[in-house]
Structure formats: C-alpha cells, structure tokens
Design a protein around this ligand. Structure first.
Ligand SMILES: [Zn+2]
Ligand SMILES: [Zn+2]
Length: 275
C-alpha cells in the first residue's frame, strides 16, 4: 500500500515561506493499493496538487475516482471545484461519505452559481455518484472499514487493510473522550501506520478543548496504547510554521521513546509512505 500526502494542513490553508517544508494545503491523502488502483481520502486544497499530477502525466481522462470524505467540513471538500478531472466528460467521480444525502446537498451547493461559474453541479463533465460508507467495503483491492471519531459532526475514521498491512486514518479527532479513545485504540491495535490529528500543542489544546482536534500528546497516547508501528502527525493548525511542526515532532518523539517499536513522523505535502 502506498500512501501519498497531498495536503496535511488543518482548517485553513497556510501558504508562505514559513510553511514550505510541511506544506500549507488542506487535507488530501491518496492511497494506492497493491492492485495498483487507489482512492482519495478528503478533498481539501491538496487535491489540486493531485489534479496537477494527473494532468501532467496525461491521466486525467477515462478515470473512475473514489473520494472517501471523512466529513464535509470546508477544509475537507474545498478543493473539489479545482480538481480538473471533475470537468472531463466520461470520468466517474464516486463520493463515499457518512451520509449520501448530506454529501449530495454539499456538492450541489458547492457548484451553485453563487460559488461557481459552472452554474450548477449538473453541468460538471464527469458523472457524480454517491455512496454511504457505513461499515466495510472493498475498494481498489483493499478493505476499508469505518469507525466514528470524536468531532463536532459525524466524522469517519478509516481502517484500511491491504496485503496484510493496516493503515488507520484518524483526522479531525479530539483525543480525551474515554469512549472515543478506547474505540480508536481498539481499531488501530498493531496497525502499521496511524495518521492522527495533531492540530495543537498541549498548551493550545487547553484553550481549544471541545473544538474537535487533538494535541500532539493525545496523538502519541493513542499510538502508544494501540502499539502501532508508525505514527504520522497530521492536520496542523494553520498558525504553525515549519519550526512549530518540528517542535511538535520532537515532543512526540520524546514521548514515544518509552516504546522502541514506535516511530513518529510529521506528515508533509509530497511525502509518500509505502507499507
Ligand atoms: Zn479538518
Ligand atoms: Zn472537521
């Protein structure tokens, strides 16, 4: 399984020299299974980079693209109007989410004349299909299971299994709720990779408790308790510079030292992980 990070920033884009290393685009993660096919988790502005890559390699036509939307907060869908394959006739865009109805309404609003020059979702070139991601599906040769994470709206955590490797994606999750923590730890037990919300430092978290995001410390606690092999910090606050993310990573590695099997990295735009 190959995981490509196209956008790792939380809530608000953060372009500029201070964020050039980790990147300023909002969440988008591509997963390519051992079959060679793949799918895309969330469509923040990072999806525009994926779009550029598809165009540059001449692969933007004849596509079936599966988007797994963890939830429909703006930072997880705002890139869709700028995803070029959505305008190409013959392409199929399949939107998987917690609620088919809500996704349909969100997509419809996203392309109304108020926001979009194409004047309506029905004028897109690609066909759009909506599917409810409830429990477990086979996608691109991988098994995708969902679980609820702790956020302000129903939000899907994802457990992806392919060729014996397991990745767990838990963005927009606030650690600290005992039931939600237990559920995540159980789902992520012995996973090869845990991608975990790390929006805040611990000091910031104390100010933003209840906002639906985790501190670096909470991400490490989940990784340690579930004995994952690799933790990738993700969904950094837009105010965090590269140096701030470096400091989060140092703090996470310090805390993770108690488990010599656990490796910690900070997800960055353009980073690829092969499991
Ligand atoms: Zn978010
Ligand atoms: Zn959110």
């Amino acid at each position: 399984m190959l995981i490509k990070f196209w956008g790792v920033r939380g809530s608000i884009s953060a372009p500029g020299p201070g964020t050039a290393r980790y990147g300023g685009n909002t969440p988008c993660v591509e997963v390519v299974g051992s079959s060679g096919d793949g799918f895309v988790i969330d469509a923040g502005y990072g999806v525009v980079k994926l779009s550029d890559a598809l165009l540059a390699s001449g692969r933007a036509k004849g596509l079936t693209i599966h988007f797994l939307l963890t939830h429909l907060h703006w930072d997880h869908i705002q890139g869709l109007p700028f995803f070029a394959p959505i305008y190409v006739p013959g392409n199929r865009i399949i939107v998987h989410s917690a609620s088919e109805q809500t996704a349909r309404e969100a997509m419809s609003r996203l392309f109304t004349s108020i926001y979009s020059p194409i004047m309506g979702v029905e004028n897109l070139g690609a066909s759009l299909e909506y599917r409810e991601l409830t429990e477990s599906i086979e996608l691109a040769g991988a098994r995708v299971e969902t679980f609820p994470v702790n956020h302000s709206v129903p939000t899907l955590g994802l457990r992806i299994t392919d060729a014996g490797k397991v990745m767990v994606h838990a963005t927009d999750h606030e650690g600290g709720d005992p039931a939600a923590d237990r559920r995540l730890i159980e789902v992520a037990r012995s996973a090869d990779l845990l991608v975990h919300d790390a929006q805040f430092t611990e000091a910031e978290y104390l100010r933003y408790r209840g906002w639906g995001h985790s501190s670096t410390e909470a991400a490490v606690r989940s990784a340690l308790a579930s004995k994952v092999r690799l933790l990738a910090l993700f969904h950094y606050d837009a105010t965090h510079t590269d140096l701030d993310v470096d400091a989060q990573l140092s703090r996470a590695r310090e805390l993770a030292q108690v488990d010599e099997q656990l490796e910690v990295i900070a997800a960055a735009e353009g980073m690829e992980i092969r499991l």
